[in-house]
Design a protein around this ligand. Structure first.
Ligand code: HEM
Length: 469
């Protein structure tokens, strides 16, 4: 028996030694063959941050792609980065090898949103949270919200049409915030909505500011507002628990959650995921809606076509079936294609960030561990190989589906947007009412782009709304 054990350990030892040697050899080969992608790292430390931010970042990316090809290196904000401008490379990172790349955000931003929000995570915790979020924003769940979204759209449009010039982006943000609150909490007392709105707006003002905890700075105020948001959400949670009001909306899903050991989520996990979803839902949807208004305004013929499509929906309504339904939102092919084309042309999320968790070899290039990796959605959406005349706003191009993996306005893979159905439905509902009952004119210059941080038309697209009937 003793001899058997000794032989066994000897075999194990030799096997380990052999695999260690093979591993070393493989690593050496990897280091010898794979090289860093082409590109320039710019100045020490700051790299090419100034070049990127002193011009339109899209021009920066496009000129790099022209010079170096679809995979190139640079240094932004002190981090070495590999940028990926081909659908295959984006798919490699986001879909087929997501385990080699983790989501990465600056700690200061993580602290404001809340470190337990799902998009900061990988693995088991991410998968669990994602399932809850996906269920809450599934087409099935969005369908039930149509009438409430419609009411929010009607009252928003009403409030814009008093003859005053509005900042379209800011008004769209209010609309998207209210829909976000509705989809997270269901019906919520006015006082809570108001408190959430006030504190959330302080929080977002600090999000892109220099992160210092010095009292009086925007970042410090944002941190304080974040604490108050925890308290407000805590009160709502308490109330819902006492009333045993556990609906299928996101809050209900988070409160009902039990893992295999029967553990529930902590208050912090609930709060962070709620703020995370609000954050993901608001500016994105609002920027896209703002661009739709601009593109339609700039193309009067298209505007007439889409108005006709929407008016036909009203005319088909009989006495009992007033108001929008899910099936009516499915009968708006041109409006839907205008949304798809806006998502492509404006590409408000121009790229995303990941970080290599190990040395990765892709197409003969080495992506070293710790480097940031950026799939460039905008470059792919503006590549004439995939979208003919990419600078032209042409919703009819979506009469044919885009080539696989070339259209990613909602991302791709395990972190792809779980709110995309809700986003599309709320846009369709707002556009229906806007196109059938209102007209708008733009005020002042609208030709430049401002970054907020998403690209939007300058001054948020100043506009004057008038009711047509
Ligand atoms: C037109 C509007 C929207 C656009 C363009 C958009 C775009 C995106 C993109 C590109 C991602 C992936 C980011 C990455 O891979 O790093 C994402 C993730 C996410 N989005 Fe959206 N989004 C929109 C609206 C919404 C809405 C309305 C909600 C919620 C109601 C939402 C919730 C989320 C969440 C929670 C994630 C993180 C998912 C994860 O990490 O698993 N989004 N979104």
């Amino acid at each position: 028996m003793k001899l058997f054990t000794t032989i066994f350990y000897l075999i194990m030892f030799l096997a380990s030694l052999l695999s260690y040697c093979l591993f070393k050899k493989d690593k050496r080969r990897h280091k010898q063959t794979a090289r860093l992608p082409p590109g320039s790292m710019g100045w020490p430390c700051i790299g090419e941050t100034l070049q990127m931010y002193s011009q339109d970042p899209n021009i920066f990316f496009a000129s790099k792609q022209k010079r170096y090809g679809d995979i190139f290196k640079t240094r932004i904000l002190g981090y070495p980065c590999v940028m990926l401008a081909s659908p295959e490379a984006a798919r490699f990172v986001l879909v087929t090898h997501p385990h080699l790349f983790k989501p990465t955000y600056p700690k200061s931003k993580e602290n404001l949103i809340g470190p337990s929000a799902l998009f900061f995570h990988q693995g088991n915790y991410h998968a669990r949270m994602r399932k809850l979020v996906q269920t809450s924003f599934s087409p099935e769940a969005s369908r039930k919200l149509i009438t409430d979204i419609e009411n929010i759209a009607i009252s928003s449009l009403e409030s814009w049409s008093n003859g005053q010039v509005i900042n379209t982006f800011l008004q769209m943000k209010k609309f998207a915030f209210e829909v976000g609150v509705l989809s997270i909490f269901g019906h919520l007392e006015k006082k809570y909505t108001q408190e959430l709105k006030e504190n959330y707006s302080i929080l977002e003002k600090g999000y892109n500011c220099f992160p210092t905890s010095l009292p009086g700075t925007a970042y410090h105020k944002a941190l304080m507002a974040r604490r108050r948001l925890n308290r407000i959400i805590g009160e709502i949670v308490q109330e819902r628990k006492e009333k045993k009001w556990l609906a299928s909306n996101l809050l209900g899903q988070l409160l009902n959650f039990r893992d295999e050991m029967g553990n529930t989520l902590s208050d912090e996990q609930i709060s962070d995921n709620i703020i995370g979803v609000l954050f993901a839902a608001q500016d994105t949807t609002a920027s896209v809606l703002t661009w739709i208004l601009k593109y339609l305004h700039d193309d009067p013929k298209l505007l007439d076509f889409v108005k006709a499509e929407q008016k036909a929906i009203c005319e088909s309504e009989n006495g009992e079936e007033r108001g929008l339904t899910w099936s009516k939102t499915r009968q708006m092919p041109l409006t839907y294609r205008i949304i798809l084309e806006t998502l492509r042309k404006a590409s408000i999320i121009s790229f995303t960030f990941r970080e290599a968790t190990v040395d990765v070899e892709y197409e003969g290039y080495l992506i070293p561990k710790g480097w940031k990796v950026m799939p460039l959605f905008r470059n792919i959406h503006h590549n004439p190989e995939f979208f003919t005349d990419p600078g032209i706003f042409d919703p009819f191009r979506f009469e044919n589906p885009p080539k696989p993996n070339t259209y990613m306005p909602f991302g791709n893979g395990i972190h792809a947007c779980p709110g995309n159905e809700l986003a599309k439905v709320e846009m369709l509902v707002l556009l229906h009412h806007m196109l059938t009952k209102y007209r708008w004119e733009l005020v002042g210059s609208t030709n430049f782009i401002q970054y907020s941080p998403f690209p939007i038309p300058e001054h948020g697209l100043q506009a004057r709304f008038k009711k047509e009937i």
